[in-house]
Design a protein around this ligand. Structure first.
Ligand SMILES: Nc1nc2c(c(=O)[nH]1)N[C@H]1C(S)=C(S)[C@@H](COP(=O)(O)OP(=O)(O)OC[C@H]3O[C@@H](n4cnc5c(=O)[nH]c(N)nc54)[C@H](O)[C@@H]3O)O[C@H]1N2
Ligand SMILES: Nc1nc2c(c(=O)[nH]1)N[C@H]1C(S)=C(S)[C@@H](COP(=O)(O)OP(=O)(O)OC[C@H]3O[C@@H](n4cnc5c(=O)[nH]c(N)nc54)[C@H](O)[C@@H]3O)O[C@H]1N2
Ligand SMILES: [Mo]
Length: 649
């Protein structure tokens, strides 16, 4: 493993542009004019010499809808490619793919308020107490009003501690678990035959698929006691209303989309979707990762989730933008990193993402970024990715310094407003993109964020009814909101319950998905299953939360259960070596009784000290492109001289 050149870093805001004179030279301060010209020149060269698809955009899931709209427009109109994506790929792309395949739309189906008015909440592979604390407040209100909660997570998390029942499956065994729940519901005659017949397709094939998954076989494969699986099946099927919520424990697997389909099957089986209080809900990761996708900052959809392969949709945008849109899907984030490896991707415009530290197998990711001809990073901090860039453009933060809108997991579009002046010479993301576009021959004049929003509204029927005025008046509105007079419904797919088959539309298909264990196998050499995730006190790659001065900061640990700590002869705070088939890190030990023998946990929050992603495997879901961050095989090695750390606790 390459040792980092410093132990930790103190992130301070970027206040002026930086450029590099030689590929391996240092970054130096530059004027905006020089930096913008350099940024544009590199993109032009890539396009002229290697064609439009030699360019890719990473768009920021923290920034506004308006910024994401302009970023994808830049990609499609100025650069002539659909290569635009974001960190949606590393988290909920399987949710979007799974939901779209079943319901034709990738959004979660319910509203936050509905968990307060439901009878059963299943948190599946989600540690919402830590990762979605605001949503979790609604969950707690639901529990206080009598809702029962079940948690399904290999770790007994803080979320699980609020649950009536905790099911702890082995990592990567959610399909057998879900299939056993489905089989038990059918066996007990608790499935909703009327709903299945009216609104779904493929039930008989599903019944045959789950038939082998008896409670006892599922217990053997998942490690969850048969009685607990049976209990979940009966509770879910007999609840009047039920919310099935999931997050990365389901999606960050090499078969993430299949996992999502296995859960949606349960909602189809019981009719727990398309009604108030009943739904399927992926809790999205970033404040605006839902909106980024809705705005078309994904390689397969135009703004308003309109398919690029649809000739009519394309023609509408081509007319509005006076351009030609390639009639094919662009590269996902995953494809982009492969294309870097093959040298077909040459120039990247990275806005508010830190892939050098967030991609699986980070040593490989950094090597690939390093090999680009031209990397432009637009961020609010000098990230590890920015340190590798040819041009660094300082932006304003999306919240507190920028006007616009964002969209949360319940599809609610809300206004954000600039309350603070940006530091130094930092400029708004949209202005910077427009300046680069201008240097490439496209003169877009947006008077303000509202002008961008109104352009989007004119092209996206789902957003047409949401003017800034109405968003203000109603404190946010949920899409779809096509009518400027009517208020939108709080949940999706009510049509599935329509009496008239014509109104019901296409039937929702059961997903015929099979169990497929994690790619990185545990064996004698790497006997421990490592799963990675989050803690309440930190945020993602730590750029926005990892400052040394922050009182939030706790540092990284490798967390083991008490039995394993004893087996390896290690104690809390002791520095150990953690090795996978890809890399090695050193980290202090933490002991968590919520873990079980053979299972370890680390976060992604402190990559400058402990680069967890040098351990993870780049095994991707073939449908969604999401990597299996949740399942690596590791071993723990005791170090000769244990060194205590100064900031434990
Ligand atoms: N405090 C804080 N909040 C955040 C973030 C943050 O960094 N810090 N990041 C945001 C982002 S980008 C996202 S995407 C969300 C993520 O939110 P979550 O998905 O809730 O967070 P994670 O901790 O990554 O993973 C959730 C759980 O999956 C479990 N898990 C692992 N493997 C499996 C498995 O095979 N099956 C099942 N059933 N469960 C499994 C883990 O034990 C973990 O408790 O959080 C968002 N909110
Ligand atoms: N091991 C492991 N790795 C993981 C995961 C895991 O569970 N385990 N989870 C994955 C997931 S779900 C995600 S979402 C990714 C996250 O991966 P990234 O998105 O790459 O990581 P962040 O740390 O969230 O980086 C966000 C960047 O946006 C910048 N930023 C914030 N606001 C603005 C703004 O308004 N404008 C601009 N221009 N920049 C801004 C911040 O300064 C920061 O550099 O990590 C993935 N990696
Ligand atoms: Mo995420």
């Amino acid at each position: 493993m390459k040792k980092r050149d410093r132990d930790t870093r103190n992130y301070t805001r970027l206040t002026h542009p930086l450029v590099r004179d030689h590929r391996n030279g240092p970054l130096r301060r530059a004027s905006w004019d020089e930096a913008l010209a350099r940024a544009a020149d590199g993109f032009r060269t890539a396009r002229v010499e290697h064609g439009p698809d030699a360019f890719a955009m990473l768009s920021c899931a923290r920034a506004t809808n308006e910024m994401n709209y302009v970023a994808q427009k830049f990609t499609r109109v100025v650069m002539g490619t659909n290569n635009v994506d974001s960190c949606n790929r590393t988290c909920h792309a399987p949710s979007v793919a799974g939901l779209s395949a079943v319901f034709g739309s990738g959004g979660g189906t319910s509203s936050y308020a509905e968990v307060e008015h439901t009878d059963l909440i299943v948190m599946w592979g989600s540690n919402a107490r830590f990762a979605h604390p605001i949503f979790f407040q609604h969950v707690l209100k639901g529990i206080r009003s009598g809702a029962r909660m079940y948690a399904v997570d290999p770790r007994r998390t803080d979320t699980a501690q609020w649950a009536e029942s905790w099911l702890g499956p082995n990592v990567g065994t959610d399909i057998p678990l879900a299939h056993a729940v489905g089989r038990e519901i059918i066996r007990a005659g608790l499935h909703n035959t009327a709903f299945i017949e009216r609104a779904t397709s493929g039930f008989e094939d599903y019944r045959a698929l789950v038939e082998p998954w008896t409670l006892s076989l599922a217990e053997k494969v998942t490690g969850v006691p048969a009685a607990a699986i049976r209990d979940l099946a009966h509770a879910y099927a007999t609840a009047e209303r039920a919310q099935l919520c999931w997050t990365l424990g389901i999606t960050e697997h090499h078969n993430g989309t299949d996992n999502v389909r296995a859960l949606i099957n349960l909602a189809l089986l019981t009719g727990h979707v398309g009604r108030f209080g009943s739904g399927v809900q992926p809790l999205r990761g970033q404040n605006n990762v839902q909106g980024g996708g809705d705005m078309g900052a994904i390689p397969n959809r135009l703004p308003g989730f309109q398919d690029i392969l649809d000739d009519e949709h394309r023609a509408k945008f081509e007319r509005a933008w006076d351009t030609v849109i390639p009639p094919r899907y662009g590269m996902t984030l995953t494809d982009m990193f492969e294309a870097m490896e093959h040298g077909t991707l040459r120039a990247v415009y990275c806005i508010g993402e830190n892939p050098a530290q967030s991609e699986a197998d980070s040593e490989q990711a950094m090597r690939r970024l390093q090999a680009l001809d031209h990397l432009v990073v637009q961020d609010i901090f000098l990230t590890r990715t920015a340190e590798m860039a040819d041009v660094v453009l300082p932006a304003t933060a999306s919240w507190a310094e920028t006007d616009g809108t964002t969209t949360n997991s319940e599809r609610r579009v809300q206004r954000v407003r600039a309350a603070l002046a940006p530091p130094g010479e930092a400029r708004e993301d949209i202005d910077i993109i427009c300046e680069v576009a201008e240097r490439l021959g496209h003169d877009w004049k947006f008077a303000d964020a509202e002008a961008v929003w109104d352009e989007l509204r004119s092209l996206s029927p789902d957003h047409f009814g949401m003017t800034y005025g109405r968003l203000e008046e109603h404190q946010g509105l949920q899409w779809p909101c096509p009518d400027p007079e009517l208020l939108p419904s709080s949940f999706l797919h009510g049509r599935l319950w329509a009496a008239d088959p014509g109104e019901r539309g296409r039937a929702a298909p059961f997903g015929l998905v099979e169990h497929d264990p994690p790619v990185d196998l545990t064996d004698e050499e790497f006997p421990i299953r490592l799963t990675t995730g989050r803690r309440l006190d930190s945020y993602n790659t730590g750029v926005q939360s990892g400052s040394f001065a922050s009182p939030l900061r706790r540092g990284e640990y490798v967390e083991l259960c008490p039995e394993d700590a004893e087996r390896y002869g290690v104690t809390v705070g002791e520095q150990v070596r953690v090795a996978s088939r890809r890399g090695t890190v050193e980290a202090p030990v933490w002991v968590d009784p919520g873990l079980r023998p053979g299972l370890a946990f680390m976060t992604m929050h402190f990559p400058d000290e402990v680069d967890t992603n040098s351990l993870t495997i780049e095994a991707n879901c073939p449908i969604a492109g999401t990597a299996e961050f949740k399942a690596s095989a590791i071993r723990i090695e005791k170090l000769p001289v244990p060194a205590a750390r100064s900031h434990q606790g």
